[in-house]
Design a protein around this ligand. Structure first.
Ligand SMILES: Cc1ncc(COP(=O)(O)O)c(C=O)c1O
Length: 383
């Protein structure tokens, strides 16, 4: 039986995709070998590669004037690659310091060039995103970097900044769960291991016309133009991750692509927020309502002890990886595209029964959630 896996990433993938992968693992389409055993120059792999690129373009409605790249090093390597390619002498980069990941992106950019915080959410404990008029942009700024969804704090940008500056976006944790106004973005990137597929792959979408004017005096792997010139086959790509991502993209297309995923995300996160808001204060979300993530729902019970009991009880019900990130604690339900409706229903059901037993411990047949707080569900749920 498969668990309801609420991990923040890597995370649950569609069962149909997993079964297809399993069926093809030893003999990929009559080749007599696995896709992870063959040359990345083989016609079989090249077809997989092309199909995944095409499906990404189709699902995300990426226009022809943007190039899609499949790279390694996760989103974290893009924290460095983006400024290395885009920040030329004399210009600077503005970053929205909206949470743990936005802060990480800024730190890495500042290690390379002139990067500054156009807005800092830390004084408000990263509980909301800025409005456009709160952004403080300095002269000679090359781009504004945003994190569309802060995975750890559970906040999202409801709409993208509409300002007179090209945007760069880290969309790792809400990639392909919402439409992107591509004309405003010079570059978008994200790790695959949430909405797209296995870890080991970063998908970068870059405005093609910029590639020639980017820094050229970088080592080859760090130059986006070098990857674009070789269709992401300059070196051995993360073939397995790309292969599985292609299958996830096909699954997504059959469910209505990004539009279908956006509706799905709003509905399912909405059900959990409803359980929070309808709990008469038993559950609390620290996030300002308008900025609540549709992917990572963070909340707390009245105490650390009850949080621990919640996690332990949830695990017994097969609801796994609900522990909040170690830096913020509490509970976090990551509801990425491939999470099943059954998983969300089971979570909401458990939240209701736990609240009832938490208010009146005698009503829980097995245990008193207030008591043995020491155990809980040990690990935090990913990144
Ligand atoms: C928004 C965001 N940015 C960046 C990262 C780092 O991604 P990676 O582990 O692929 O380097 C994560 C990881 O969870 C993330 O959620």
């Amino acid at each position: 039986m498969r668990a309801h896996n609420f991990c923040a990433g890597p995370c649950t993938l569609p069962l149909d995709v997993m079964e297809e992968v399993q069926a093809e693992l030893l003999d990929f389409r009559g080749s007599g070998m696995s896709v992870i055993e063959m040359s990345h120059r083989s016609p079989e792999y090249e077809a997989v590669h092309e199909e995944a690129l095409t499906l990404f373009r189709e699902n995300a409605a990426v226009p022809e004037n943007h190039t899609i790249l499949f790279l390694q090093g996760g989103a974290t390597l893009q924290f460095a690659i983006v400024p290395m390619n885009l920040l030329v002498e004399g210009s600077s980069a503005a970053y929205v310091r909206s949470g743990t990941w936005g802060a990480g992106a800024l730190k890495d950019a500042a290690a390379w060039g002139a990067a500054y915080a156009a807005w800092d959410g830390e004084p408000r404990s990263f509980t909301r995103m800025p409005s456009d008029d709160e952004l403080e942009i300095r002269p000679d700024t090359r781009y504004l970097h945003i994190t569309s969804n802060e995975t750890i704090e559970g906040i999202r940008m409801g709409s993208f900044p509409d300002i007179d500056l090209p945007l760069v976006g880290d969309m790792s944790s809400d990639y392909l769960s919402r439409p992107v106004p591509w004309e405003r973005f010079d570059l978008v990137y994200g790790g695959a291991q949430k909405n797209l597929g296995p870890a080991g792959l970063a998908v970068v979408v870059v405005r093609t016309s910029l590639l020639d004017s980017m820094n050229q005096d970088l080592p080859s792997y760090l130059r986006l133009g070098a990857h674009a010139g070789k269709n992401s086959l300059m070196n051995t790509p993360s073939m397995f991750a790309i292969y599985v991502t292609g299958k996830v993209l096909r699954w997504m297309r059959d469910l209505g692509g990004v539009v279908g995923m956006e509706e799905r995300a709003a509905r399912r996160s909405g059900a959990v927020y409803e359980a929070i808001d309808g709990s008469e204060g038993f559950y609390r979300s620290p996030v300002e309502r308008a900025h609540r993530s549709h992917m990572n729902v963070v909340f707390r019970t009245p105490s650390d002890e009850l949080d621990a009991a919640f996690l332990e009880g949830a695990e017994k019900e097969g609801l796994l990886n609900l522990k909040g990130h170690r830096s913020v604690g509490g509970i976090r339900a990551s509801i990425y595209n491939a999470m099943t409706d059954d998983g969300v229903d089971a979570l909401v059901g458990f939240m209701t029964s736990f609240r009832d037993s938490g208010r009146d411990p005698g009503r829980d047949p097995g245990r008193d959630p207030g008591r043995d707080s020491g155990r809980g569900s040990g690990r935090d749920a990913g990144r």
